[in-house]
Design a protein around this ligand. Sequence first.
Ligand SMILES: C[S@@+](CC[C@H](N)C(=O)[O-])C[C@H]1O[C@@H](n2cnc3c(N)ncnc32)[C@H](O)[C@@H]1O
Length: 247
Amino acid sequence: MGTFVGSFFRPSKMPPSPAETPENETNPQTQDQLSLNPWEAAYLRFESPEEEIRKFIRRLTRLGAPQWPRDAEIVELFCGRGNGLLALQRLGFTRLEGVDLSPRLLAQFKGSAKCTVADCRRLPFADRSKDVLIVQGGLHHLPSLPDDLDQTFSEMQRVLRTNGRVMFVEPWRTPFLTFVHFISEISPVRRISSKMDAFATMTEYELRTYEQWLGQPELIKKMARAHFLPVHESFAWGKWNFVGTPR
Ligand SMILES: C[S@@+](CC[C@H](N)C(=O)[O-])C[C@H]1O[C@@H](n2cnc3c(N)ncnc32)[C@H](O)[C@@H]1O
């Protein structure tokens, strides 16, 4: 796998990505746990909550969510600060849950969905208990491919009802993504655009898992198809969009 983001981009001392940061689910959140790490701080300033909710509504609509029953039991995995859940809420869905490894990001969520601090490689749900599982920008944080991806997909298969749905939207190395990275590495661009600076900062801090993800497209597609039957798959604007049913 070649280096995708230029080496001058790499910070001298790189902290672990969120999935590599151990969390203690049973301890109450201390003030220290609630102070954001640099990746989390950049993620929060990349888009305003309203911009992000509108983006998620457009995406969910394009990928067919309006056709799902409004009382479907939906879980957003790797939900971060939960704006995907707020988008689903605005689309009229009522039975929503979120899962994320970061108590600091979940603490930002102000909606009504039940959110749980957990590792998506071991989902805290019963077999065949959910109708829809959504992942937007979480799989590329998994520390070890292919094992973690296989484990996460197996867990999703276990938890989904037989007629359930999965939806993944993850980064993909299209010409657009290459262009955006090229632009975001230009220092004056980072100085004038806080969005580009946040994007470049997130990339720096998640570089190892991000490059691992972008460098194995065939393996990822094969693994997704081994667990889920695709209903829709597209690659556009730097994203892989996959909607499927469990096999
Ligand atoms: C790029 S963010 C995406 C957040 C949200 N889906 C969005 O689009 O705004 C990735 C999220 O994955 C979470 N995460 C990373 N590894 C995880 C794991 N193994 N289990 C659960 N969440 C994880 C991080 O805490 C972070 O909130």
